[in-house]
Design a protein around this ligand. Structure first.
Ligand code: CP3
Length: 354
């Protein structure tokens, strides 16, 4: 595995604002989208969601998933659509039992060895995910010339936390006990996720995704050596393989919670841009990360719930502090269900008009 020490030069040429910033251009008004921009804070989402059997059914019905992807764009005109799906479709396609229970979030039948999964069957895997590819197709066809389509996946470590813990976790005790106690055995699971996630993203690219985001939402819970081995290395390997396939699709990596390891991650993972979580000080990021590659972020999603002067001050500061380099505006984590729609409208008004 050859680590890419430097962000590669882009060979794609885009006129869409998001693609321009991903090529390293600084725009006076940063393009924006919001993580989890489709979801329960929108009444039209809740309406469609109630018509699906369950959440996974919604993800696997291309007509519905494409519609849900486009809903926030109609209201707010973001610079990008993000495919509506979930990071847990990967364990599902690998044959693990995955359910989304109302009010409880995801519930998986936990695994404690890679042998708990069936041997990887590429054909079956793509067959199970083919409705997602069809959604990508449909959304791409309905976007205008200014709006980019983002495909995504969870990064191996983050997806593995759900597979091993059986759902959301407070202390990650099970997965860390495995990863720290038997790192070579655990790495087999990570390698399976590197292989399958690369294939999944590659298919999204073939069906029309123009940008890829890798969500490593739980990157911040590991000690330093294990961060390098199970967060940095797998992200770098997926990115390396995707860039071997094409240099026309930029990749945004989001190592949430990486803290002081952010600059090393940005230098070494090979992504074209880095997503900043809410806790990253933006003046520091301007110096330490934005000089390496474009950055994305990082308004606290709860500031968007609070709204008013507090939100405006935070927003101004982020825009100001990151204004000397390429910046994509976003939240520092996903939008939450209790977010008032008027606050999002106000945010968009400021982003567009100043
Ligand atoms: O950004 C978008 O609009 C695209 C869709 C998207 C969803 N999940 C839809 C979703 C994306 C990009 C994700 C990513 C995802 N999923 C992550 C990484 C980002 C992050 O938030 O850290 C993670 C960790 C998951 C796993 C997951 N999915 C959890 C923990 C939950 C339950 C929590 C919750 O919000 O309910 C989900 C469910 C989920 N994924 C919902 C949506 C809209 C809500 C389900 C519903 O409608 O009932």
């Amino acid at each position: 595995m050859t680590p890419s020490k430097q962000t590669e030069k882009q060979t794609f040429s885009g006129t869409k604002p998001l693609l321009r910033v991903l090529q390293g251009e600084r725009l006076a008004r940063p393009p924006f989208w919001l993580m989890r921009q489709a979801g329960r804070y929108l009444p039209e989402y809740r309406e469609l969601r109630s018509k699906a059997r369950d959440f996974l059914d919604l993800c696997f019905r291309p007509d519905m998933a494409a519609e849900v992807t486009l809903q926030p764009l109609r209201r707010f005109g973001m610079d990008a659509a993000i495919l509506f799906s979930d990071i847990l479709v990967i364990p599902y396609a690998l044959g693990q039992k995955v359910e989304f229970q109302e009010g409880r979030g995801p519930v998986l039948e936990p695994i404690s060895s890679v042998d708990d999964l069936a041997v990887f069957d590429e054909e079956k895997f793509h067959q199970k995910l083919s409705p997602v590819y069809e959604t990508v197709n449909r959304v791409r066809e309905s976007l205008d010339e200014k709006t980019a389509l983002i495909g995504f996946a969870g990064s191996p470590w983050t997806v593995a936390t759900y597979m091993v813990e059986g759902g959301t976790s407070r202390d990650f005790a099970k997965i860390k006990t495995w990863a720290y106690g038997d790192p070579d055995g655990f790495e087999k699971l990570i390698n399976l996720l590197v292989d399958s996630t690369t294939q999944y993203l590659s298919a999204q690219i073939d069906h029309g995704a123009e940008v890829i985001q890798l969500f490593d939402s739980w990157a911040g819970v590991l000690s330093e050596p294990f961060f390098r081995r199970f967060v940095l290395a797998p992200n770098r390997e997926i990115i390396r393989r995707l860039r071997q396939k094409t240099t026309a699709v930029p990749i945004i990596a989001f190592p949430r919670g990486a803290g002081t390891l952010y600059p090393e991650f940005a230098r070494e993972c090979g992504a074209q841009a880095i997503g900043l979580d809410t806790t990253v000080p933006t003046l520091w990021a301007a110096e330490e990360i934005q000089k390496i590659c474009p950055v994305q972020g990082n308004l606290d999603p709860i500031a968007l719930v609070a709204g008013g002067d507090m939100m405006r001050r935070e927003l101004d500061e982020i825009l100001q502090n990151l204004s000397n380099g390429p910046h994509i505006f976003n939240l520092g984590h996903g939008i939450v269900p209790q977010t008032p729609i008027e606050h999002v409208e106000e945010l968009v008004r400021i982003l567009r008009e100043g």
